[in-house]
Design a protein around this ligand. Structure first.
Ligand SMILES: Nc1nc2c(ncn2[C@@H]2O[C@H](COP(=O)(O)OP(=O)(O)OP(=O)(O)O)[C@@H](O)[C@H]2O)c(=O)[nH]1
Length: 604
């Protein structure tokens, strides 16, 4: 093409974007507003990519005739004798009760025939006795408790209505009942003391063992209470005082223990009391659960994210190197072992030999440490990568600069386009996207979402439409709209599928009809996790589509990051960016030294 004008070269990559003066505001005209896209997605793929079920539903909705229109032969369009008729379908637009309580309930239930209701009791009180003096509390009851005989006699005398003709055996019952209650109060006092769970259990139910027993006492006025109406025929203070003391001690212990219990323990306490275990056993001490403290989310720098992403690659490699060079002088066998190891780490034969040669020239016959090897490795990898670590040049005289994105299925084309659009649009460039992956409904939707997120325009068509026709249409529209950059997505295809590779060839040819230099950049995305297969992918896509630069994705968390070194050494194609995550910001310009040091595990 004649150079009748001066091309303005826009260099896109680290630093270059920062230099660009963004025009005011975002593009006003939006070819596709993508009205269907409503939700603002998260950067993650799950958010971006509609669920398979949705995609399938959409596909099912389409009748076979409409869903898969016979591909328009782009070669017959009116541009020339064989130009395509562009698809008419192209869319353009911008506490339970405690054991004691249960027991109490049972106790209360049993003597119900013999005990009058509280109302009845009150009604039976002689007027000289204030109702407040009724034995509501255990303490009062115990104070007024006399001997068994006195109590029985008083009951018979003072409350004949309430207690009809007690059987002569009542005395015995009273005595044994008292003894039982005293024993249980002592047990309760013991129980109340030691464990947090016991205390919290009681607290959770708001019924302490002593309260329970006090209530129990209350529930049996007919048997042990002092004679009503004749005010406390005070006992001699023997058993009554002991009982009171026991209760007070138990309450005090319980209160003390309760104050030692943290609120969280109280909340989490099991409502059941721990049974007394036989000798030789011990109850597991319940430790309070520690609430996980939410750590403030740290914002990692790009370099930190790169290191983290390549940590698996690096740790595997350096671990093996360290074990190889433990107390070993550098000899021929060691060098051979190292070379094998580096080749297995996907670095490639060429780079492996570079590293071993340099190591041999520096340290042959001497002791070598893993750190020595890592340092030399980082240096040699930097030398391999430096020539390919280039910014993506944008020739903005083209209006638009056309970037065609190609690659095998799932290598991250659509996601990478979104990330690129975010950078360019963020720098103030007018970006248009073309949804050329017409095989996958989800891919079209995915790109629409990215367009919306990045304030880019989008040209899309129906599922199954001719991808070459769409690319042609998008190019025309981008020209009319004076877009700075047009990024065309394509369907993923395996490099060994001949007819699909032929379709890709056709897209390139059709774009060339509008501008012989177009597409100005053919970007191939490579998935780092695929390892050696990526070498062949580059080979074939390069031949078919004229790949001019690479972006390696999914370098986060893979142990196969070394493949980028092998590809760079073999194909010497520019590597513009690398992807270390699914988020919009997880794409960064490729820096040879940073990458080499991260892989070799060398501190910066
Ligand atoms: N971890 C990680 N995931 C990525 C990265 N880039 C893309 N992905 C994810 O890889 C999956 C495939 O990405 P796409 O962008 O749909 O890939 P594609 O090449 O367009 O897929 P096809 O249209 O099927 O060919 C998605 O889940 C992306 O979120 C990356 O750098 N790191």
């Amino acid at each position: 093409m004649a150079m009748g004008f001066i091309k303005r070269i826009f260099t896109f990559g680290k630093g270059a974007v920062e230099e660009t003066k963004p025009p005011e505001g975002v593009p006003e005209e939006t070819i596709v507003s993508a009205p269907e896209v409503e939700a603002q997605p998260e950067p993650s793929s799950e958010a971006v990519e509609p669920p398979a079920a949705v995609a399938e539903a959409e596909i099912v909705e389409e009748s076979p005739e409409t869903a898969f229109e016979p591909p328009v032969d782009i070669e017959t369009l009116p541009l020339s004798d064989d130009d395509p008729v562009l698809g008419a379908e192209i869319e353009t637009a911008g506490g339970p009760a405690s054991d004691d309580a249960e027991e109490l309930a049972r106790d209360e239930a049993a003597p119900v025939e013999a005990v009058v209701t509280p109302a009845e009791t009150e009604a039976a009180i002689p007027p000289s006795v204030p109702s407040g003096h009724l034995p509501h509390k255990a303490g009062e009851q115990t104070e007024t408790k006399a001997t068994a005989e006195e109590a029985t006699a008083a009951t018979e005398t003072a409350a004949p209505v309430a207690h009809k003709a007690p059987a002569p055996s009542d005395e015995i019952i009273v005595a044994s009942r008292e003894a039982e209650i005293v024993e249980r109060i002592e047990e309760a006092a013991d129980d109340a003391e030691p464990t947090a769970s016991d205390v919290t259990t009681a607290e959770a139910d708001e019924v302490t063992p002593t309260e329970t027993l006090a209530s129990e006492l209350e529930s049996e006025p007919s048997v042990i209470s002092a004679p009503v109406g004749e005010m406390p025929g005070r006992a001699d203070g023997g058993e009554a005082a002991a009982l009171r003391e026991s209760i007070e001690t138990a309450e005090a212990n319980a209160a003390e223990a309760a104050t030692d219990v943290a609120p969280t323990e109280t909340a989490e306490a099991e409502p059941t009391a721990t049974p007394a275990l036989p000798k030789g056993f011990s109850a597991t001490e319940r430790k309070p659960k520690e609430e996980p403290v939410a750590a403030p989310k740290e914002k990692l720098s790009w370099y930190q994210r790169l290191r983290r992403g390549l940590a698996r690659t690096s740790s595997q490699l350096t671990g093996q190197i360290a074990s190889l060079f433990t107390k070993r002088k550098l000899d021929e066998a060691t060098l051979q072992d190292l070379e094998d190891l580096l080749i297995q780490a996907d670095l490639g034969v060429e780079t492996a030999m570079r590293i071993t040669d340099t190591l041999a020239s520096e340290r042959y016959g001497k002791d070598v440490s893993g750190e020595d090897v890592s340092r030399i490795m980082a240096g040699e990898i930097t030398k391999v990568l430096s020539p390919v670590a280039k910014p993506l040049e944008l020739d903005l005289s083209h209006k638009p600069h056309v970037i065609l994105v190609v690659g095998v299925n799932g290598t991250g084309k659509t996601t990478t386009i979104g990330k690129l659009a975010a950078k360019l649009s963020g720098a103030g460039l007018k970006v248009m996207l073309a949804a050329g992956d017409t095989f996958r409904a989800a891919a079209i939707e995915q790109l629409k979402i990215w367009a919306e997120r990045t304030n880019s325009e989008i040209v899309s068509s129906k599922l199954g439409a001719d991808a070459a026709g769409l690319a042609y249409e998008a190019f025309q529209q981008a020209r009319e709209k004076k877009s700075d950059v047009l990024i065309i997505d394509t369907a993923g295809r395996l490099q060994n599928k001949a007819e699909l590779m032929a379709e890709l060839e056709k897209i390139v040819r059709v774009l060339g009809k509008l501008d012989p230099d177009a597409p100005h950049t053919v970007l191939q995305t490579l998935d780092a996790t695929t390892g050696q297969n990526a070498l062949q992918q580059v080979e074939i896509f390069r031949n078919v589509a004229g790949v001019s630069g690479l972006i390696m994705t999914k370098l986060d968390g893979t142990a196969r990051g070394g493949i980028l070194v092998a590809i760079s050494a073999k194909h010497k194609l520019p590597v513009y960016f690398i992807g270390v995550g699914e988020g919009i910001d997880d794409l960064e310009p490729f820096e040879a030294k940073d990458f080499a040091e991260a892989i070799a595990g060398v501190a910066a």
